[in-house]
Ligand binder design. Sequence first.
Ligand code: NAP
Length: 286
Amino acid sequence: MTRKAFVVGHPIAHSRSPLIHNHWIAHYGLAGSYEKLDVAPDDFAAFLSHFHEDGFVGGNVTIPHKEAAFAGVALATERARRLGAVNTLWREGGILWGDNTDITGYLDNLDAQCGPDWAAHAGSALLLGAGGAARAVVAGLIERGLSPIRLVNRTRARAQALAAIFAGYLSDAQTLSVHDFDDLPDLLPQAGLVVNTTSLGMKGQPPLPLDLAHCRDDTIVSDIVYVPLETPLLAMARARGLACVDGLGMLLHQAVPGFERWFGIRPEVTPALRARVEADILAGKG
Ligand code: NAP
């Protein structure tokens, strides 16, 4: 039986999810497809109720529908509930389920790039940004026990709101605090992990205003921006001899759980898959 899955968003033309999932479908020799669907916000609720009637087993949800998907599913995983957003849909016994795989995507990529002990080794984290993607990263860092976790965002109120949401998930030993960009010179030397979740450094955006000269020699620098593959922050970290984790790995790893649910095989993030998506990014398609 041919299994069909989708990524739904608005707009959707630049999504790289079809490249990833169709690579796996071909690699594992499956009878399946994965396609982009452009659905406007007004039509999204109807889409959620009816996609299975068009033969889809499930799919990914991207901007601007992740919160609407959370509101529209019958059951959500604990991780989706923690984020209030769903990026993966499937049906089980006639029930519409939603998961959010961004937390596991972020963590699995760090595990793959830095080894399983990275969290204990890093200890503390400095996280820049407080948008949608920052939520998943904060949730992941709390899950792995990092402390202190320090948030810096241009709009302080947004970081405060994020910290308030996650305060209830901290263990007794953990702290999560909010700071300003002006505090960075003082915060940086204490951070074992520095994460950029802002859109700064992305193609067409200015670089992140952060000087890594005074960070620890064993600091891990992670940037979730993946266009370009090497952001100015990662280039600076590499020149400084620091461990670097790029954003493409998160994109690839977050795709794994959905594929497994729809097609029944847990796919691997291989160098061949990575090279394929890298080539697409280097070709400048979005
Ligand atoms: P978002 O919700 O729009 O948040 C954007 C963040 O960037 C906010 O913290 C915002 O600060 C900050 N920002 C934007 N322009 C800024 C500027 N000029 N100066 C200082 N801060 C600025 O976006 P998002 O969905 O979180 O995505 C953020 C980035 O992560 C994007 O580049 C996206 O492609 C990437 N991403 C990667 C993955 C992956 O799988 N690797 C997954 C999701 C997202 P304010 O709050 O002050 O506006």
